[in-house]
Every structure is written in C-alpha cells, then in structure tokens.
Design a protein around this ligand. Structure first.
Ligand SMILES: [Zn+2]
Length: 138
C-alpha cells in the first residue's frame, strides 16, 4: 500500500524522483488522472487513491520543436537540433506529456502515432523537476 500523499504535482514529481509513475484514481467511478487530480472531474468525487502505472503506452500526438524554451538551449537544442515532445496514452488509459526519444526529430514525417513507448526515468537534476522521457520500444 502506498503511503498517503496529497494528490498534487509536488507529490507526483516526488514519486517520479523515486522512479514511480503514479496516477490518482477515483474510488467512486474509477476514472484515472495523470498528473493526479485531488477531485474527480467526471463525477466530482473526492475519494482518490494512488495507482502505480507500468510506464508503457503509445504515442498519441507529437511535435518536433526547433525553437524551444531557453532551458533547452543548455541541452544544445536549437533549429539544427530539434527535439520531440509528445502526448503518450498510457496502457492503463490516462495520457501525459513527455519528451520522446529513439526517433529522428529531423524527420517528423517518419514518426508514427501509435508507436509503442516506455517511460525512462531521468537522473534527478539539482533544483529542477525531472521531466518524463519516453523511448521507442524495440
Ligand atoms: Zn469519479
């Protein structure tokens, strides 16, 4: 049984730093939320529980980004070295945004919606929140 933590972004990222992908699930209607919500937006229930997801899913949508936020310059991303951000539909149902690796950001026309992905947990950066990284399976 998971220890009780508030259903907040802070709790979510704390779990990520512990290499766990955790969603909140409504005890009343079983709707699942990722990142977690403290209140069910389907039935307005307030009884939530934590559920650990396997970390596997499929690419639902994506964008290759050539001009990103300033922090991506430190990662050597620019118009000649784009990166891909995507929405991943987890096998358990909920969707979440993350970086997509193992595909060619310079050829976005070759990236396929439905590609199988697996979550990789990054090493925690000092002071920063770890973002979610997904890698193409196989
Ligand atoms: Zn509900």
């Amino acid at each position: 049984m998971t220890e009780q933590r508030n259903f907040t972004a802070d709790s979510f990222y704390k779990f990520v730093s512990e290499k766990k992908l955790m969603a909140s699930r409504c005890k009343k209607c079983q709707a699942m939320f990722l990142p977690p919500h403290p209140i069910c937006i389907k039935c307005f229930g307030i009884e939530m529980e934590w559920v650990e997801l396997k970390g596997t899913g499929k690419l639902a949508a994506f964008s290759a980004i050539s001009v990103g936020p300033t922090c991506t310059l430190a990662e050597s991303h620019d118009r000649n070295n784009p990166y891909v951000v995507g929405i991943v539909k987890m096998d358990e149902g909920p969707k979440i945004c993350g970086r997509i690796h193992g595909i060619d950001p310079k050829s976005p026309e070759k990236i396929k919606v439905g590609t199988h992905l697996k979550l990789e947990f990054p090493e925690q950066k000092a002071g920063g929140r770890a973002y979610l990284n997904f890698r193409v399976v196989g």
